[in-house]
Design a binder for this molecule. Structure first.
Ligand SMILES: [Zn+2]
Length: 481
């Protein structure tokens, strides 16, 4: 039976705080209220606290009795949540709190995301800060803002004020798994300016659609086809038997999503029969090629309204050349962790605007030097085709440490408590740990958290028993540090 969630389940303090922060609107970019709530919380308990211009909050607490002189440890999570709701949900996110529900096993929100990502970290930390009977070393609790929209809080944070050289990030959603590394990233934008010529010929639109898509970090290993890249192959193939110029090409909406659809318009200078033949042949060979990963793949062509201008032959060839020459997808696999992608890139969007074609790639790598080398390769390729480029929004990888005291304590404590081994792994997506490692020399860092399912969607749900076990585990780790 689904009922209103009452915070009267164990761990009570944690769920009390979780309910309290669920009443505070805290979507990314709306951080004022939650940030000042955390500062007020600290002040009213006499805890040292500071916030910065970005609205990040740091709260310090002395070590428990007898542990005051131990080296401090950083506990970290993010204050913002993703605001997603069902179409029939009438919540005003900026004003209303969330309505928490439970079926006894899970906590979730009525029609919206729950914000368990990463409200559970905030609730754990507040419960620890509020306690006087938990054994722990001196604590620096760091609450960052706007993780979900580009880690802007962690980017802006002045870490030189932090004394801790060990950090526990509580922003993972898989109980029993310890994350010890993550990919860094960068955006690579290639921009090709073409000289328009007047279009005289038959206009046709080519559409690549029905592809699976997915997250360009977490799902890149699945090998889903990228519609923009497929379009490059299609155009190259057509150019073998049809005389044409490209008028425009557009595909994808986000740099971090594997592109599901791409459209291009071409002006045919010869007769169009050959085009339909090639498209038919390609449609069946590509359907076969993608049958495992993208069974709904479709390639279509239809005649369309004529364009006033298009690219000349040279520009057309160069755009197709770039699409075929730039690498895409998985570039290399980790040598230390089975099945982990080390380096990848995704051609997230192509746009044609005002005589310019832009190609936007999101590059990821768990190895900072391999990432730099891939970006160099992209630069050389762009130059080869006469395109300008810009590298930006770069953040470092959280590189896996060979020897980590923190990892050992987490692994040993887990095995002792639960009688099984923890999964120790890394992820091919971004975590704030990478930014902290870039700012704090020699930082020893791990990430973990309770089971939360379907984050970033209105189906998001937090497991109550997992939350309780993870709480006991965190307390045991703090005791063993
Ligand atoms: Zn998160």
């Amino acid at each position: 039976m689904i009922e209103r969630f009452n915070a009267d389940v164990e761990p009570k303090k944690v769920f009390e705080y979780f309910s309290e922060i669920s009443d505070i609107p805290r979507g990314s970019g709306h951080m004022e209220k939650i940030s000042s709530y955390c500062c007020d919380f600290a002040r009213s308990r006499g805890l040292e606290c500071y916030s910065d211009e970005a609205l990040n909050v740091v709260i310090c607490k002395n070590g428990s009795v007898g542990r005051e002189n131990e080296p401090p440890v950083i506990l970290q999570g993010h204050l913002d949540m993703v605001w997603e709701k069902r179409s029939d949900c009438s919540i005003d996110f900026e004003k209303d709190g969330l309505e928490l529900l439970s079926d006894g096993e899970y906590v979730f929100a009525n029609g919206t995301t729950l914000g368990g990502d990463d409200g559970i970290a905030v609730a754990y930390c507040l419960a620890i800060l509020d306690s006087d009977d938990i054994s722990h070393p001196p604590l620096e609790v760091v609450f960052t803002v706007d993780e979900e929209t580009g880690m802007d809080g962690a980017l802006a944070l002045d870490a030189s004020r932090l004394k801790g050289k060990r950090m526990i990030n509580i922003d993972s959603e898989d109980e029993g798994t310890l994350w010890i590394g993550c990919a860094g990233g960068a955006r690579f934008d290639a921009l090709y300016e073409f000289s328009p010529v007047s279009a005289s010929g038959t206009a046709c639109e080519i559409v690549v659609s029905g592809l699976h898509g997915g997250h360009s970090g977490a799902e890149i290993h699945n090998g889903y086809a990228n519609a923009n890249v497929v379009m490059g192959r299609v155009l190259k193939e057509i150019s073998g038997s049809v005389d044409f110029c490209l008028a425009c090409i557009c595909g994808g909406t986000m740099d971090n999503a594997i592109t599901r659809e791409c459209r291009s318009k071409i002006i045919i200078l010869s007769e169009s029969e050959a085009l339909f033949k090639v498209i038919n042949r390609l449609n069946s060979s590509l359907r076969k090629e993608f049958s495992e990963t993208d069974p709904d793949f479709s390639l279509r062509v239809r005649s369309c309204k004529n364009e006033k201008t298009c690219m000349n032959k040279t520009d057309t060839e160069r755009i197709i050349g770039m699409l075929c020459d730039f690498p895409n997808g998985v570039v290399s696999w980790s040598k230390s962790i089975d099945g982990l992608v080390q380096t990848s890139l995704n051609l997230g969007t192509i746009k044609t605007v005002d005589n310019k074609v832009s190609l936007v790639y999101l590059v990821r790598s768990c190895d900072n030097s391999e990432k730099a080398s891939l970006i160099d390769k992209l630069k050389i390729t762009a130059e080869k085709y006469g395109a300008e480029y810009k590298v930006h929004s770069e953040y470092p990888a959280w590189e896996i440490r060979e020897a980590s005291e923190l990892q050992n304590i987490f692994a040993e404590t887990y095995e002792k408590m639960f009688g099984k081994k923890m999964t120790v792994t890394a992820i091919h997506a971004g975590l704030e740990c990478g930014l902290f490692c870039g700012k704090i020399d020699g930082l020893d860092c791990v990430s973990f958290g309770p089971d939360i399912f379907d984050i970033h969607t209105p189906d998001e749900k937090l497991s109550i028993p997992s939350c309780a076990r993870t709480w006991e585990y965190l307390l045991a780790v703090l005791k063993n540090l």
